[in-house]
Design a protein around this ligand. Structure first.
Ligand SMILES: C=C1C[C@]23C[C@H]1CC[C@H]2[C@]1(C)CCC[C@@](C)(C(=O)O)[C@H]1[C@@H]3C(=O)O
Ligand SMILES: O=C(O)CCC(=O)C(=O)O
Ligand SMILES: [Fe+2]
Length: 385
């Protein structure tokens, strides 16, 4: 297929509960070079008025959490960082970390390799296309999954199995090498290193989250030690009609924690105090979001962060995301020492596999994924023998 050709292809589409206008099954391919030249935004990319950004947004002004003292084992700094995290997570489920110990070359390298991937011709990117129901591979605007409110972005995702020692497995390298060819092996190593650094950072964050909730410091770290996380590169091309679309619509992440690094363009916004607030990019910081799975693990104490990504009229924007997940069959339930006497459970037991199945095959993740999932789970369990 010529990457600059008009690209409307036919392909059967999943019918997801809250994906409304799916009466035609024509799938649109996200050819950025073509869309950038088009005078009008294709209707599939238009978002409802109430979801769209209007005017300049206020910035969120929370000070970042400094991890230096935590990493040096300084008790006063640990308590201070835990208190900051507690306030942020009770309020909106979002904070940034600095002095996190991640080598800037690793971050820079991962951005460069992702940029190079997104600059490849569409045909090459499609050679590692994400399969229906799966989480890994290249996706253009999720156009083969949804028919309306398409996100103005392309993504490349792959899984990373948490291991106790770094580089015990080369799952990322192999996925990239077999999917894209031997010449991408180096990129595979760069992404693998990035995942190892993110896994290490997630351990510190999980310890601080446990301390901040007053539970055993190692509880969450251990809960996630055999997890399989997802790394994703997001590419948001410039859009002439940026005010009519979104890079990622309003949602909370279904996974447990999200650790994100955004480039200098800006576009990430979180919902706090009844307002959308812009997150000014800081190259030295990682953004951390609480996701639905951690909200359940804290028995609803910590908020799953409501956020979105807006697109830019002139500039391409890129972000690197690490979605932290538990092992697929691990039972998600809050630790006993968090539950006060007679405190009721807010959510039933579930597994990440259940929630993954729900968001991949039955429901498009949005602002109310968790509550819809709980309903789906209870009706599904009742119908099963
Ligand atoms: C389980 C997942 C579904 C998504 C990827 C991972 C974790 C985050 C989810 C997502 C980013 C939430 C917003 C909507 C979504 C469709 C997206 O815009 O990419 C979601 C991911 C997905 O299903 O691909
Ligand atoms: O790119 C961003 O800033 C946000 C992306 C996001 O929310 C996601 O991928 O889940
Ligand atoms: Fe997100």
């Amino acid at each position: 297929m010529d990457s600059s050709a008009t690209t409307l292809i036919l392909c059967p589409k999943l019918q997801l509960k809250n994906d409304r206008s799916s009466e035609n099954d024509q799938v649109l391919v996200f050819d950025t070079t073509l869309f950038e030249k088009q005078p009008n935004l294709p209707t599939q990319f238009m978002w409802p008025h109430e979801d769209l950004p209007y005017g300049a947004q206020d910035e969120l002004n929370d000070p970042p959490v400094d991890l230096k003292g935590f990493l040096n084992g300084n008790q006063e700094s640990i308590d201070f960082a835990a208190a900051q995290i507690r306030t942020a997570c009770l309020d909106h489920g979002f904070f940034q970390v600095i002095n996190h110990g991640v080598d800037t070359n690793i971050v820079q390298g991962a951005h460069e390799k992702m940029d190079a991937f997104f600059n490849l011709p569409l045909t090459k990117k499609l050679s590692i296309k994400r399969k229906p129901g799966g989480l890994c591979g290249y996706s253009g605007a999720h156009a083969d999954r949804f028919s309306s409110k398409l996100p103005w972005k392309e993504t490349l995702s792959f899984t990373y199995k948490h291991a106790n020692e770094p580089a015990t497995g080369l799952d990322v390298v192999n996925y990239i090498k077999y999917g894209l060819g031997k010449e991408f092996e180096e990129a595979g190593y760069v992404y693998q290193k990035y995942c190892e650094a993110m896994k290490k950072l997630s351990v510190s964050i999980l310890e601080l989250l446990a301390i901040s909730l007053g539970v055993d410091r190692s509880y969450y770290r251990k809960f996630f030690e055999d997890g399989r996380s997802v790394m994703r590169g997001n590419n948001y091309p410039p859009c002439r009609e940026a005010g009519l679309t979104l890079g990622t619509g309003p949602h909370s992440d279904p996974n447990a924690l999200t650790i994100l690094h955004q480039d200098q363009v800006g576009g990430l916004e979180i919902f706090s105090d009844n307002k959308w607030r812009a997150i000014r990019p800081r190259p030295d910081a990682f953004v951390v979001n609480i996701g639905d799975t951690f909200m359940a693990l804290s028995n609803g104490r910590y908020k799953s962060c409501l956020h979105r990504a807006v697109v830019n009229k002139e500039k391409v924007r890129r972000s690197l995301v690490f979605f932290v997940n538990p092992k697929e069959d691990k039972i998600v339930r809050p630790p006993q020492d968090l539950m006060q006497r007679e405190e009721a459970r807010k959510y039933p037991d579930f597994t990440w596999l259940d929630l993954q199945e729900f968001t991949q095959n039955h429901y498009r993740a949005d602002t109310t994924t968790l509550q819809n999932f709980v309903q789906w789970l209870s009706s599904n369990k009742q119908t099963q023998p």
